[in-house]
Design a protein. Structure first.
Length: 247
């Protein structure tokens, strides 16, 4: 445990499991005052039980009114970590309009709402860091059967760069992280829902050049760097943490 983030107030979305949870814990372990949000009250409760100093709040990041009401109760946010995401499987031909709309709402509109709500606080306090979770399946690289997921995660990179450019003079940084396949509950769910889970798991691992999946903690380590003062000259960038799959 270190204190790289001591004194910083950090808001984390999708903090109930996976990358969001690991990052909330990493921020807490580095001395930050963490507010963890998620739509799943059960997973938030489990997080708070294990880490009582992490404040939790049930919140749907796709609902602007919920976000607005919550942000009004906060006087300061040094770091925003946007981890909300949904993986739709299929090409454009398997992507119905409802799948398109749902994916855009979860993967990109949620970040639009969160950033728009938090930026006025960061401007008022003369600084801040926004970290958005994108993916190697994005504008970085096309993957089979990831049509709308790759589209939305590419949009996250565009959103990140635009915010970075607009607010660089306000001492506000905005960066994104592009993970490869990471071992997480959502990944396990996708494997279990496939026709042949054993083969699906082997295929996921086989496509990773390092021969293994990433861990949520490996993503969290980069998030800690981007949240800390070690990265004060870093903005508008996307850091790939993907085991070499996008090379």
């Amino acid at each position: 445990m270190t204190n790289r983030l001591e004194g910083k107030k950090i808001l984390v979305t999708a903090a109930g499991q996976g990358i969001g949870r690991a990052t909330a814990v990493a921020f807490h372990n580095d001395g930050a005052n963490v507010i963890a949000t998620d739509i799943n009250e059960k997973t938030l409760s489990a997080l708070n039980k294990e880490f009582p100093n992490i404040k939790t709040k049930k919140m749907d990041s796709t609902q602007a009114n919920e976000i607005s009401k919550f942000i009004k109760t906060i006087d300061k946010i040094d770091v925003l970590f946007n981890a909300v995401g949904f993986v739709h499987h299929g090409s454009i031909l398997e992507c119905e309009e409802k799948d398109w709309d749902f994916s855009l709402d979860v993967n990109i509109k949620s970040m639009y709402f969160m950033c728009k709500a938090v930026l006025p606080l960061m401007i008022k306090q003369n600084g801040g860091s926004i970290i958005n979770v994108s993916s190697c399946a994005s504008s970085l690289k096309g993957f089979p059967n990831r049509f709308v997921y790759g589209t939305t995660k590419g949009a996250v990179i565009g959103l990140t760069k635009s915010i970075a450019a607009d607010f660089v003079k306000k001492n506000i940084r905005c960066n994104s992280i592009a993970p490869g396949t990471v071992f997480s509950p959502s990944w396990q769910d996708r494997v279990n829902q496939s026709p042949d889970p054993v083969k699906a798991k082997k295929d996921f691992i086989a496509r990773q050049p390092m021969g293994r999946l990433g861990t949520a903690e490996e993503i969290a380590a980069i998030a800690v760097y981007l949240a800390s003062d070690d990265s004060t000259f870093t903005t508008g960038t996307t850091i790939s943490v993907d085991g070499g799959i996008s090379i």
